[in-house]
Design a protein around this ligand. Structure first.
Ligand code: AMP
Ligand code: MG
Length: 437
């Protein structure tokens, strides 16, 4: 006699092609406008965080006309190989010119980063002049003795006004927004924030993401598994993906394949901002995740995707307080878990963490197939691959694997090649999308 579990609510069967499922997630990403709470953090702790307030230029950038080469500041119109210019002074970075305005036929030796004196419109590179010793009187400029030297521009070059000078304010004007809210802070944003004198930044608090592994076979890392038991690796890979994606992972005790326990665990997860379940979403008799969610009043946006690995993936939301909580039921096979996270969870998590909607996409890049591969009709496939990037692009080769449970292959690979739904082959050299976790 078989055990029939009690069904208190039904759930739809909605299996979508991958592109449609991706669009469903993105439609939710776009409609999410509520922002997370804000916190202030020291600049150096802001790497990877999402900015909540604009970073504004506190002065013009550059703050003065900046020499971008070591050379000689002068009037461009004065540069003529038949006529040497007399050097009347030297200007290092960190100094500004306090001498008299330059006359025709004069130049100032200038270092990269120094302010170009008013009225001069060109910095001729040191490589583009010949320096000649001339018998002139010594001149005193800010306590630097300048020998009587002159420069003669080399033949065959033209100098234009503005050469090797970035005008004041050309990069940014005081008051311009330099980093928009919703931007993920990378080293270049840290540079501009530092340049604006910001020792701390306002960022969004990380969303809490509940991780609930399911399965009677699971044991913790502290236990010695019996031959038929499996260590719970998904809670760890998911926690790592959540942390990498800007969330704060909350690992819950795994739930057994018992409907009432699952319901109880999911109820406990509702205080988090997003709920991730792994396992229990296939067609097996003890796959109760969707039923448990349905019993809690879930709305399902899809209950499967025509893809491999990851076909049983589920996306929906459960009512909670005045609103709802989004959940993903990820397949238990560890490679499926990671791939479906990268494709569907990462974009929603990015949005919940405050990123601007158009940045909330899976990490797809381009590559070229190293060998000819077969494509299959009816499925978008994401197969473990090694991608090697060089200046001529990225070359992608498939790795042998035993299917969606093969974490060893996924670990040895560094990416997943995307093989679109189709028939026939993709030739070696064909351009493909490559997914990174
Ligand atoms: P399921 O999706 O529950 O049918 O599980 C599919 C496969 O993934 C089975 O071989 C499970 O043992 C395995 N699996 C499920 N959950 C985990 C987990 N948390 N860690 C490692 N493997 C898992
Ligand atoms: Mg299971």
């Amino acid at each position: 006699m078989s055990t029939i579990h009690s069904v208190t609510a039904s759930f739809p069967d909605r299996v979508l092609p991958y592109p449609e499922a991706a669009q469903v997630v993105f439609d939710h990403v776009r409609t999410l406008t509520e922002k997370p709470p804000v916190e202030g953090i020291p600049l150096l702790k802001s790497l990877g965080r999402i900015l909540s307030e604009p970073v504004v230029a506190d002065r013009d950038q550059p703050p003065f006309a900046r020499a971008t080469r070591d050379g000689f500041a002068c009037h461009a119109a004065d540069l003529d190989p038949s006529r040497p210019l007399q050097i009347v002074g030297q200007l290092r970075s960190g100094q500004s010119w306090t001498g008299p305005d330059l006359k025709a036929g004069e130049a100032i030796e200038i270092m990269t980063g120094a302010p170009v004196p008013k009225g001069l419109d060109c910095v001729v590179m040191i490589e583009h002049v010949m320096i000649e010793e001339v018998m002139v009187e010594e001149v005193m400029v800010e306590e630097v003795m300048v020998e009587g030297q002159s420069i003669r521009p080399i033949d065959g070059r033209k100098w234009v006004s503005g050469e090797n000078i970035v005008p004041r304010g050309a990069e940014a004007r005081e008051g311009n927004v330099l980093i928009a809210p919703g931007t993920r802070i990378q080293p270049q944003q840290i540079a501009i924030a530092a340049a604006c004198g910001k020792p701390s930044l306002s960022v969004y608090a990380r969303p809490r993401v509940a991780i609930l592994a399911t399965g009677d076979e699971l044991v913790s890392l502290a236990e010695t598994p019996l031959p038929h038991q499996i260590r719970n690796s998904n809670s760890y890979s998911l926690a790592a993906q959540v942390a990498k994606g800007g969330g704060d992972p909350v690992i819950l005790p795994p739930a057994p394949d018992v409907l009432s326990s699952l319901e109880e665990s999911i109820r406990g997860a509702l205080t988090s901002d997003l709920i991730l379940l792994s396992g229990g979403v296939s067609m097996g008799k003890y796959d109760f995740v969707e039923q448990a969610l349905a019993n809690l009043g879930a709305e399902f946006f899809f209950t499967g995707v025509l893809m491999q690995p990851g076909k049983p993936v589920v996306f929906g939301r459960v009512p909670f307080e005045a609103g709802h909580r989004y959940f993903f039921g990820l397949p238990g096979n560890p490679v499926s878990t990671m791939v479906t996270f990268a494709l569907f969870v990462a974009p929603l998590l990015a949005r919940l963490s405050g990123q601007s909607a158009n940045a909330c996409k899976p990490d797809f890049r381009e590559g070229r197939l190293a060998e000819t591969v077969e494509v299959k009709p009816g499925l978008t496939r994401f197969l473990p691959a090694r991608s090697e990037s060089g200046i001529d692009g990225t070359r992608v080769s498939l790795r042998p694997w035993q299917g969606s449970g093969d974490i060893a292959a996924a670990s040895e690979a560094n990416s997943f090649v995307v093989l679109p739904d189709g028939s026939g082959t993709l030739a070696a050299g064909a351009q493909v999308a490559v997914l990174y976790l």
